[in-house]
Write a protein that binds this ligand. Structure first.
Ligand SMILES: [Zn+2]
Length: 41
C-alpha cells in the first residue's frame, strides 16, 4: 500500500536522496507525490 498526497493543490518539493534519485513530495502534507503529478512548480 502506497500513501501519496491527495491535496487538491499540492505543493511539490524536490528532494535528492543519498542514492542520487530525486523524490518529489508535498510540502503541505509531507506525503510523496505520484510521479504523474510531478510538474514544474
Ligand atoms: Zn499534499
Amino acid at each position: 500500500m502506497t500513501t501519496t498526497c491527495t491535496c487538491a493543490k499540492p505543493v511539490p518539493v524536490e528532494r535528492a536522496t543519498r542514492k542520487g534519485a530525486a523524490t518529489t513530495f508535498c510540502a503541505k502534507c509531507g506525503q510523496p507525490l505520484a510521479l504523474r503529478l510531478r510538474r514544474a512548480a
